[in-house]
Design a protein around this ligand. Sequence first.
Ligand code: DAH
Length: 334
Amino acid sequence: MPNSQDIPAAESVEELKLVAISALENSSTSEELEVWRVDFIGRKGKLTSLLRGLGSLAVDDRRVVGAAANRLRGELEGLFEKRIAVVNSSSAPLGSIDVTLPGRKPASGGLHPSTQMIREITQAFNEMGFQTVEGPEVELERYNFDMLNIPQNHPARDMFDTFWVDSEKDDLLLRTHTSPVQARVMEANDPPIRVVVPGKCYRYEATDATHEWQFNQIEGLAVDEGITFADLKGTLYEFARRIFGPSQKVRFRCDFFPFVEPGVDMSIEWKGNWLEIMGAGMVHPKVLENAGYDSDKYTGFAFGMGPERISMLKNEITDIRHFFSNDLRFLSQF
Ligand code: DAH
């Protein structure tokens, strides 16, 4: 039952309209508008109680006043929407943006940790006269294996289980190392050659903390008349000092790679242990000849290393998979 205050009359619709419109015009913030909305057109607002009071009117009056009150609701809702739009557009710049707040640094990206390491290493070699070159990641079997003295059925191919690419013409694969670029560079240039070759490599491999199926390598190649094993040692020793510090110790041990003779691995002393960081050796005469060089006239050395492994040592990273999992918690630490 409506109480006596709420009993409407025809003129009370007109009155309510005047009061509502003037109150709306005086509302100039979104908070004030919300108070107005609740007060006039809300579920328990003045218009609703006016409509509730209709029951006590005579039937004819009820119809007239009811229709007027419903028209008023539509009108007030429309005016309210317009007013909100005006208030929002004019108060936003002053109301919600603090123009006195000092500027904040926009979030900016950075170089991937692998890229940073690759740049540091290639720069060390660039300063020693090596030029940076790149080769294709989808490689011909010929360059990845044959030209490097790894013929069909050679057991060394087992070290490089890889992804093959369906192709009708040539045998294509995702390169297993950056060494094929040695052959490409020699084919296309005459000595003297001094290059470093960074790039992505792939192997069909089960992943764990120290193995990824994708990784980077940096290859190096120097070919000229009179290059000796002393040049190899001197260059790689200098590289280790530039990357790990001036008192870095290194160790060379015999190792086998089909494309070098003799072959070695180089380790660095790290926290009391010797850790292998690259393979290297004197370019095999067959590799020189495959590229059309006279192996009696020219000699050279080559090396290959994994920048992720070196970054893991330097930055105490315990799992190589972090490099390719794209987790900002890892990436943003560099
Ligand atoms: N390509 C070799 C690998 O992926 C690394 C390597 C060893 C490169 C000896 C060389 C080298 O140039 O002389 O395991």
